[in-house]
Ligand binder design. Structure first.
Ligand code: ADP
Ligand code: GLC
Length: 504
């Protein structure tokens, strides 16, 4: 079974959020299931810098007006997982974010940037490099045109699976983009990729993929309703049983408090003493009072409406009055960034780190007692999973993947030892404060708190079970027989190519 995994980001080559984490951990887990899987993504400068063993394997014919395209092969750092980077300097090598410039404006040519990714991916999947995919697994709107392009290929063509990581990001562009992105005008219809008068990459994916998945069972149900469907609920409902939710897992090696090199002291459920040291180090590094009895509440997140950043902002005075410290690692909407920074100056127990800091996110997960992981909607959410693994108790809204992964600490679940966090229902300040207040009250009972931490740490959120579901789906769509791997398979070696040459 050969699978091409197409994504706009994969850790540590490029990351803006959870998509990058999944795009590393899921292909690795599928390789362990015996699948010959390769990642294909843009060659941003950061990706070129970090790729293991980079070498040019093909110069691409001019396509969509892009004349400088090459394919670079290598492996994902610290693994043997093959990666192809689509190198088009005019599209991907620029200073700024993956999708936006330094001022937070979407790159004006995003439509072309990601259409090009799909066109190249289609060629690779169909054998450009003496390797043909049985299945193409495309992710989020950035790879949304790929199933449509493959549907135009003569049989036998690769089967297609598309995963929605966030329905709110749709890749919608004016109709007149069609010639530039190489899509014939006949696809601009209600049955095709037309969406309220625009071209929608995400709608194209939903219409033309063999199967569609999203990243938790509850979100899969929610998006079939107008409240969560972002206008696409009807299109998804039309796909019936072709659409399902498969819960994300976590990379249990990268996110492991027993081995995490970012921490001042490692620890595990068997010996959790190191967590106190991580907390003291965090307090010290951020200029907070060093005190293990003071509850430390963390928030590591994109600062957006989705993540209820506005409500968290309003809850900070309550946290301070409750005697808690508050630590934030985040970036996003500039208005939220400024408002949080202002709060940091006002309260000595509040530390605000604006920016994207991978190591700081790990240290926060280890040093905090409680993690705020609320959301108005949440396809899956990974920070609550990392929190539990680090013995940090999440406070989350009962929605999407948060509802599927956190068990609220009530009288019954505390006594039958299934509780792992605190949940609330309404996306408002009173509800967030009420749930956080319940967490702070339990923190005052050291024995009960310790038991809750150990229950959270005992949860298995590793990828194995969910990767087996994806593997089964790959086999269903491709028609190839499914024999689950008994032994972990070694990721296959990269393709040999006589044109290989070093690029640096
Ligand atoms: P989303 O993808 O919607 O942002 P997830 O919870 O699925 O939410 O994934 C977020 C990922 O991004 C996690 O790995 C989290 O640690 C990381 N993250 C979010 N904000 C920051 C930040 N400012 N610095 C470092 N890591 C961050
Ligand atoms: C998206 C979602 C998040 C999910 C992540 C990985 O960014 O917002 O809920 O965990 O993708 O699938």
């Amino acid at each position: 079974m050969r699978a091409l995994f197409v994504t706009a980001e994969a850790y540590p080559l490029a990351k803006s959020g959870g998509l990058a984490d999944v795009s590393r951990a899921l292909p690795l887990a599928l390789a362990r299931q015996g699948i010959d899987i390769r990642i294909l993504m843009p060659a941003y400068s950061s990706a070129l810098l970090h790729l293991k063993n980079p070498r040019i394997v093909a110069r691409l014919e001019p396509l969509l007006g892009v004349e400088d395209g090459t394919l670079i092969s290598g492996e994902l750092p610290d693994t043997d997982l093959p990666v192809w980077l689509v190198d088009a300097p005019s599209l991907y090598r620029r200073s700024g974010g993956l999708y936006q410039d330094d001022d937070g404006r979407d790159w004006a040519d995003n439509g072309l940037r990601f259409a090009y990714l799909s066109h190249v991916a289609a060629k690779v999947a169909c054998g450009l490099l003496d390797w043909k995919a049985d299945v193409v697994h495309a992710n989020d709107w950035h790879a949304g045109l790929l199933p449509l392009l493959l549907s135009l290929e003569p049989a036998p063509r690769p089967a297609t699976i598309f995963t929605i990581h966030n329905l709110a990001f749709q890749g919608n562009f004016p109709r007149d983009i069609l010639p530039a992105i190489g899509i014939p005008d006949r696809f601009f219809s209600a049955d095709g990729l037309e969406f309220y008068g625009q071209v929608s990459f995400l709608k194209a994916a939903i219409r033309y993929s063999d199967r569609i998945t999203t990243v938790s069972p509850t979100y899969a149900k929610e998006v079939l309703t107008p409240e969560f469907g972002c206008g696409l609920d009807g299109v998804l409902r039309d796909r019936g049983d072709d659409f399902c939710g498969i819960l994300n897992g976590i990379d249990a090696e990268l996110w492991n408090p027993a081995t995490d090199k970012n921490l001042a002291q490692t620890y595990s459920a068997r010996d959790i003493a190191g967590k106190r040291i991580c907390k003291a180090e965090l307090q010290c590094a951020l200029g907070l009072e060093i005190c293990s009895e003071t509850p430390l509440v963390g928030y590591v997140s994109r600062l957006t409406d989705q993540k209820m950043a506005d409500v968290v902002l309003q809850a900070v005075p309550f946290l301070v009055e409750s005697g808690a410290q508050f630590v934030l690692v985040g970036e996003g909407d500039p208005a939220f960034e400024h408002a949080f920074e202002a709060l940091g100056g006002r309260y000595p127990g509040v530390a605000i780190q604006i920016g994207y800091h991978e190591a700081a996110a790990h240290r926060l997960q280890a040093g905090a007692d409680i993690l705020l992981a609320p959301a108005r909607f949440e396809p899956c959410g990974l920070t609550q999973l990392y929190a539990m693994r680090y013995g940090t108790i999440p406070v989350s809204r009962r929605t999407g993947g948060l509802a599927d992964t956190v068990v609220d600490a009530g009288a019954a679940t505390l006594s039958n030892r299934t509780a792992t966090g605190f949940l609330f229902d309404d996306a408002d300040l009173a509800s967030l404060e009420d749930a956080t207040g319940r967490a702070l009250a339990l923190f005052e009972e050291p024995l009960a708190w310790r038991r809750l931490q150990l229950q959270a740490m005992a949860q298995d959120f590793s990828w194995d079970a969910s990767a087996a579901q994806y593997a089964a789906l790959y086999h269903t769509v491709s028609g190839l027989p499914y024999a689950p791997a008994r032994e972990p398979a070694v990721a296959p070696a990269p393709v040999a190519n006589p044109e290989r040459q070093a690029i640096r």
